[in-house]
Write a protein that binds this ligand. Structure first.
Ligand code: AHG
Length: 336
């Protein structure tokens, strides 16, 4: 049997192999992974842990928070406050960035996270997850504000997600491929299970919330109509559809066996450019997917090239198998 490589060992080896992976970043990833283990335990207890249901509060987006949204946010904030690797955190659940308390040493990184993605699935025992992104704090900044987080996705130094499903999986990129770790619950360690995962360029599977069909604009209608036409249509093959409604689970399926994920702008909420958040969902997932050989666009532009204008900005998202993302993007550009 091959030797099991833990996340710690993997990160130390990466640090030795690549001079640019600083010890601070390695330790920061370990802190985030530890927090994900704690969230995984809370999610796994379900009704027995008293963590299901609404918290009775709303987040900055005006969405009702689940108890586990609040708990996961607290776990990530607490775990990261004292570690000494961060200058500040920003969370999908909080309006403003959270500074590191003065009693703790500060580091040079900014951490952004969606503490519990897919929270509508918590109470029905379907996979949920945590998504995170790491940026450098600008050199001369001692008290980072929202504006210091507004860096394009290309500036990310690390990104990852955890899926709390039948097993707990951590997916990580440091800009040199995307790697998958599975939590060994007996050891309490994340073990490397796929090094350098690759998303096939072609696929026969798509993920979109079809109930929004009547609200889509023309390029999305055209693209999905062609997939639904199957082997008799212009694409010449039959497509299957999946929609978990937890981005982490849908993206993880795409990483595992290919596919394309779409959350486009729609007319239901015309003032919002999309549902998903650039800084907490689109950017980290785009980095992970590109590092696995896939593509990620807004339908028009590469997500990682966007210059953010607000911490809680939303964007349309098309990501996954490269050839499908290219077709959907071409249809938008043709229509412009
Ligand atoms: P949240 O973080 O508020 O739970 O949002 C979940 C996101 C994403 O994970 C998922 O792909 C999408 O919302 C599902 O949206 P629909 O409910 O519109 O299908």
């Amino acid at each position: 049997m091959p030797e099991a490589i833990s996340l710690t060992q993997f990160l130390i080896e990466e640090q030795r192999a690549r001079q640019h992976l600083p010890a601070d970043l390695r330790l920061l990833i370990e802190v985030v992974a530890r927090a994900c283990k704690r969230i995984s335990i809370a999610v796994g207890k379900g009704a027995l842990g008293g963590v299901l249901g609404d918290a009775g509060t709303g987040n900055v987006q005006g969405e009702a928070q689940k108890k586990l949204d609040v708990l996961s946010n607290e776990i990530l904030l607490q775990a990261n406050a004292w570690g000494g690797h961060l200058a500040a955190c920003a969370s999908e659940e909080m309006e403003d960035p959270q500074p590191i308390p003065d009693v703790y040493p500060k580091g040079n990184y900014l951490l952004l996270f969606d503490p519990l993605d897919g929270s509508s699935n918590i109470d029905v025992n379907i996979s949920v997850g945590t998504i995170f992104s790491v940026l450098h704090c600008p050199d001369d900044v001692t008290h980072p504000a929202a504006e210091h987080f507004l860096q394009p996705g290309t500036a990310q130094v690390a990104a990852g997600y955890a899926v709390y499903g039948p097993s707990t999986v951590l997916v990580l990129t440091l800009g040199h491929g995307t790697h998958v770790f599975t939590l060994d619950r007996e050891l309490g360690s994340f073990i490397l299970t796929t090094r350098n995962v690759r998303i096939p360029a072609d696929t026969k599977e798509f993920a979109i919330n079809m109930s929004n069909r009547r609200h889509w604009d023309a390029p999305v209608q055209r693209y999905i109509d062609e997939l639904l036409a199957g082997r008799d249509g212009p694409r010449g093959k039959d497509y299957n559809m999946r929609w978990v409604a937890s981005m982490v689970a849908d993206v993880h399926r795409i990483l595992t066996r290919g596919g394309v994920f779409l959350y486009p702008w729609d007319r239901k909420e015309p003032d919002k450019p999309g549902k998903l958040r650039l800084m907490y969902e689109a950017n980290p997932m785009a980095f992970i997917v590109e590092e696995a050989g896939g593509a990620a666009t807004t339908g028009r532009e590469r997500i990682l090239d966007l210059v953010p204008t607000a911490l809680h900005q939303r964007v349309p998202v098309f990501l996954g198998s490269k050839n499908e993302v290219d077709v959907a993007t071409r249809y938008h550009l043709d229509a412009d």
